[in-house]
Structure formats: C-alpha cells, structure tokens
Design a protein around this ligand. Structure first.
Ligand SMILES: *Cc1c(COP(=O)(O)O)cnc(C)c1O
Length: 378
C-alpha cells in the first residue's frame, strides 16, 4: 500500500524549532513575546511596511474582530461571498448580524461585482444599508479588486478582505490582504504556510492595530487592577505558535513557487483532455499563489462527473475534494437572503480541488498522472 497523497499538508522549513526553543529558553511561553512581535514584523515586511499586522489565534478570530472594528452590531446586515468556507460567514452571526450572500462570477470564482451592487441597492431599498462586505480570494485567486472596490466606494461600505487562502497572491502587483479596510490571514494546518493554528488581521493604522490587540487580550483598561469598559476576547496568538510562523516566513516564497508549479503540472496534464479546465488567472493583472489547484469537469464532454473522478482518486489513496459548497445552499444559512444566479452552484457541481501541497514528490505526481491517464483513456 502506498502513502496517501494529501490535498494540502503542513510543510516545515527547518528553523521553526529554533524559534520555539528560544521561547522555552527565555520562558516566553505566553500569548505575547519576541516571536509574536517578530512574526508580525515579518508579515508587515512581506505585505509592505505601511500595513500593521496583529497576530491572532485564528483567521476566524481575525474576521470577528474586523467586523467589530467596522461597527457591526446585532441587527445589522453584512454582505458575504456565498462561495467560500463557512469561517468567512460565521463571525457575522457571532455579532448577531445577518449574512447577505452574493454569487460569484465565472472567471475568478469570487464576488460578482454586478450581483454585489444589486444586493446593496436592494438592501438599502428594504431599509438597511449593509455595514461591511466580506470578499474572498478563493484558492489564492484574487477577486476582481478594481470592480469590487469601485462598488464598495460608491456606497461607502468597508471591505473586509478574506485573504486566508491567498498569502502571496497579488493583483496589479499589490499583495492580497492590503486592498480592503481590513485583511484576514490564516495559518491553519492546511494553508500555504501554517503555525498549526493561527491567524492575523492586517490593519490600516497603528491605532487600529492597537485597538485590535486590546480587544484580543480581554480589553483591559490601563489600570493597576483589572478594569474593563468594553467586552474583550482571548484571541491573541501564542508565542510558541508564532515561533512556527517565523520559521515558515523564511520559506514562504519557496512555498508559493512550489504551489504555482503544481498548477503548471495540472495545466500540462489536462491540456489534451476534453471537458476538463484548470482554474487559471484570467489576465496578467492576477497572480495567484495557487494554494489549491482546482479543475472543472463538464460531464457531457469529459464522460465523467467530478464525483466519479474523486472516488477513483480515493481508490488509489489520492485525496481530492469538491469546491466549497456555497453558503446560500447550507442548511444553517437557509434564512439568509441571496443575490445572483447559479454561478457558484454550477462551480460546486463541477469543481474538484486536487493535491496541491508544496511537499509533493515526483513519485506523487507520477501516481496522479497515471490515474488521470487511466481515467480519461489516454
Ligand atoms: C481557513 C479559512 C478561514 C479561517 O481561518 P482559520 O484560521 O481556520 O480560522 C477563513 N476563510 C477562508 C476562506 C479560509 O479558507
């Protein structure tokens, strides 16, 4: 029996344990310390020094604090891309607000600017202007930044950029995580770099970062005793976990290159197979980290459904997964409004994510190639 080929597994760089040992040697075993500050600096240098990064316990925590910073309170409405992981939408409900879901457009699989404007106009007509827009760079692919930002500016609604999957992607040369009012990063185990679990919020100013750190550390007022005038959270990143992050930042550029070369591998593998298209940047403005490589399988042309392909892979211990099931189709969000057509639904029906890790071997690629050629009769 051969080893399992995973969709996306952790890939250590080598120096992570050095930073963790430093934390033990100096007894910084706490949710603050030199690794937390160092990791934040590394991220700020990577994104461009005008951004201010708060390291947090998870991307989900970063989304929650971004919503609070945008003033979202009970009874508000927040627009969210429907085609995404549930963590993009869940924090809206933590605030007692209502998610309003919007369809994707077919080239980036992300927020459709036309459906977005339709949603805003209709919510305003119904009496409530949305408090924020959560836009996602799915699988590393930047959304149509200029078009989405134009709509957001027109109606003066802040954008929370969910860049959990897109660290290292750019649009017109600008790093993802830096176009919105706030940018959300994740370092969960399956992301392009990982701290085992963790996240960060990219903030627009030193003051907003300070406020986010204040909220993430139980909102303690400046007093000798514990004094509180706001509700706080325990959302700060641990200094141990941040040590993993510092080691991972040393290899981030290598990880991006390796994920992108997996995408090139699939472009080549599927180039002569009818009915299968590899998810690719629509123009040179878009540069994806290709966190996950994904394909669309048109059963009428390919002679196979995406589910048949997934099960065939599974027989050979190769992991693959359907795209995110859109939030407006999830039972838990059945009472949320939805705007748009059936683009996201169609992508879900035909889309499959393929093994994409930066640590896949030539032998892994050979097993994938053999399986694909067998399946599509080459
Ligand atoms: C992973 C992910 C998150 C959540 O990040 P965590 O660190 O796991 O909380 C949010 N949004 C998207 C699109 C993600 O893929």
């Amino acid at each position: 029996m051969s080893d399992k080929i995973w969709l996306s597994s952790p890939h250590m760089g080598g120096n992570e344990l050095t930073y963790i040992h430093e934390a033990f040697d100096t007894n910084w075993v706490a949710p603050l310390g030199p690794n937390v500050n160092g990791f934040e600096n590394d991220l700020e240098n990577f994104l461009g020094a005008t951004h201010h990064v708060a390291a947090l316990s998870a991307g989900t925590a970063a989304l929650h604090l971004a919503l609070i910073q945008c003033g979202v309170v009970a009874g508000d409405e927040v627009i969210c891309q429907s085609m995404t992981f549930s963590a993009s939408a869940n924090p809206i409900t933590y605030q007692g607000a209502l998610p309003v879901f919007v369809d994707s457009e077919p080239t980036t699989w992300n927020l459709c600017p036309l459906a977005l404007e339709e949603a805003i106009v209709d919510r305003i007509a119904k009496g409530k202007k949305p408090k924020a827009i959560i836009a996602v760079h799915l699988y590393g692919m930047p959304y149509k930044v200029d078009e989405v930002m134009a709509v957001a500016h027109k109606y003066e609604i802040p954008v929370i950029e969910d860049a959990a999957e897109s660290l290292g992607s750019t649009y017109k040369g600008q790093p993802s995580g830096t176009y919105g009012t706030y940018g959300v990063l994740s370092f969960n185990g399956n992301k392009i770099i990982t701290t085992s679990g963790g996240g960060a919020l990219v903030c627009p100013s030193p003051e907003t970062k300070d406020k986010v750190v204040f909220l993430a550390t139980q909102a303690r007022d400046n007093a000798p005793h514990y004094q509180h005038s706001e509700i706080g959270f325990n959302y700060r990143m641990s200094n141990i976990v941040a040590g993993i992050g510092r080691g991972q930042m040393e290899v981030l550029n290598d990880r991006i290159a390796a994920r992108r070369s997996m995408h090139d591998f699939y472009l080549d593998l599927f180039k002569d197979i009818d009915g299968v298209t590899v998810f690719t940047e629509p123009s040179a403005d878009f540069y994806s980290n290709h966190w996950l490589s994904a394909i669309l399988i048109d059963p009428a042309l390919a002679g196979k459904t995406r589910e048949e392909v997934r099960l065939a892979f599974l027989e050979d211990d190769i992991e693959s997964r359907p795209l995110w099931k859109p939030m407006h189709l999830q039972p838990v969000f059945e009472n949320s409004p939805y705007y748009g057509g059936n683009i996201a639904e169609g992508l879900f029906d035909q889309g499959l994510c393929l093994p994409s890790g930066s640590n896949l071997s030539d032998n892994d690629r050979l097993r994938i190639t053999t399986k694909i050629n067998e399946l599509f009769g080459k």
